[in-house]
Design a binder for this molecule. Structure first.
Ligand code: HEC
Ligand code: HEC
Length: 370
């Protein structure tokens, strides 16, 4: 994994060359219209990869195409299913050659608004850097492009539809079918995956005070309460940022929730610490979005919690005690556990309300396969 990251940095060194070609070409990009609710600002996009409709169309085709994988056994969509808000429904994903990834495939929704990518790395702040990992990563191997770049590119070069799509996405470039552009198109497609049509959105952003029923409203109040403290970490456009924080750094969205004991986390997956090597970061993971949470189980970085009921039991207990097995240990006592994971008493009715609220975050239109 770490090697893959270093590789991604190297890969990015080649980016400026492409930027130059783009800006010298003088051809206007076809415009992109963001469709956002009132009060949500247009997200920042890297200057060297502005949005365009043509890039989104190309990126979408590539995302679902097995030809992007060296052995043609899978595409991005093999691990990111639209009906599951682009998550996978498995605790661990398996790459194109059968190698296991220790982490749970992430949901891909409103990514343009996220500060960093992957469960454990606060430094990956641009989608362009993240996408290099499944494509070229060797630890674990996912799509296996490393060393087989020309063979993969040849498939697209031989295909007239792709030749046309690359030409309109990257007008004026002589050799447009290359990995820099593949990554740019995929990033543009991912940025276009916006979801703002849940009952919660209608209530929160579109002023429809009837969009949430009584139970959902009670759940929303509990979510924001001092008792559960959910909104302390799950706020903002994607419910994945701390509440009331101006000029937030990506690292501020990483927390230890008491999922594993210090020893267990250290041995198996230590989250942010693996990147920063700072003692404070043992067992810290990125706060994930709660959008479409109803359809993205299993939950947590390793898919170790199966249902929303169990999620609430987990927070009510102030972390997790695992009594038996190879991950036995008391996560509640992890020295880095956040001071907002305090545990609380919750009635059966309150639990139903909280879950009803979490389900009001589902955008049915977004997850429907068209
Ligand atoms: C073999 C399964 C697999 C394939 C294939 C795959 N992914 Fe993923 N994806 C994952 C896993 C697992 C994670 C979480 C990784 C982590 O946090 O370390 C992830 C995370 C991501 C993220 C980060 C999301 C976030 O909010 O942090 C993005 C973006 C992403 N994938 C895009 C893609 C794209 C684009 C492709 C195709 C080029 C792709 N993935 C192919 C399994 C896969
Ligand atoms: C201290 C910050 C913090 C608080 C408070 C908090 N969360 Fe979380 N939440 C996180 C982090 C970090 C994760 C990911 C943990 C991991 O994977 O190791 C997470 C994961 C989740 C997930 C799983 C998401 C997924 O895609 O796997 C759900 C659901 C969730 N939280 C709901 C809640 C609810 C409901 C509350 C209140 C009862 C709450 N959270 C309170 C930080 C917090």
């Amino acid at each position: 994994m770490y090697l893959a990251l270093k590789r991604s940095k190297r890969f990015l060194l080649f980016m400026p060359a492409a930027v130059l070609i783009l800006s010298c070409s003088g051809v206007p990009m076809n415009a992109w219209q963001w469709s956002l609710p009132p009060g949500v600002d247009v997200p920042e996009v890297p200057a060297d990869n502005p949005m365009s409709a043509a890039k989104v169309v190309l990126g979408e085709r590539l995302f679902f195409d097995n030809q992007l994988t060296a052995n043609q056994a899978m595409s991005c969509s093999s691990c990111h299913h639209r009906s599951k808000s682009f998550s996978e429904g498995l605790s661990f994903t398996v790459g194109s050659t059968g190698e296991k990834n220790r982490r749970n495939s992430a949901t891909l929704v409103n990514l343009a608004f996220n500060r960093s990518f992957t469960w454990g790395n606060a430094e990956l702040e641009h989608l362009e850097e993240q996408i290099v990992i499944p494509l070229f990563g060797t630890e674990p191997l996912e799509m296996g492009a490393t060393g087989r770049e020309q063979e993969i590119l040849q498939r697209f070069k031989a295909d007239q539809t792709y030749r046309d799509l690359f030409a309109s996405a990257f007008p004026g470039e002589r050799d447009a079918i290359n990995f820099i552009n593949i990554v740019k198109a995929l990033a543009s497609y991912l940025r276009s995956l916006n979801s703002f049509n849940s009952a919660y959105d209608r209530f929160r952003y579109f002023g429809d005070s009837n969009a949430l029923n009584e139970s959902e409203l009670r759940g929303f109040a509990l979510f924001n309460s001092d008792k559960t403290r959910c909104s302390r970490c799950h706020s903002g456009v994607n419910l994945n940022e701390p509440i009331d924080t101006q000029r937030l750094a990506a690292e501020d969205t990483f927390h230890n929730t008491g999922l594993y004991s210090f020893d267990v986390a250290r041995k198996f997956d230590d989250g942010l610490f693996e990147i920063t090597q700072r003692a404070d970061d043992h067992g810290k993971f990125k706060t994930p979005t709660l959008r479409n949470i109803e359809v993205t189980s299993p939950y947590m970085h390793d898919g170790s919690i199966n249902s929303l009921e169990e999620i609430i039991d987990f927070y009510a207990a102030g972390g997790r005690l695992i009594e038996r097995g190879w991950k036995a240990g008391d996560g509640r006592a992890h020295p880095n556990k956040s001071s907002d994971i305090t545990g609380f008493v919750i009635s059966a009715e309150e639990k139903r309300d909280l879950i009803a609220f979490l389900k009001s975050l589902t955008d049915r239109e977004f997850i429907s396969v068209n």
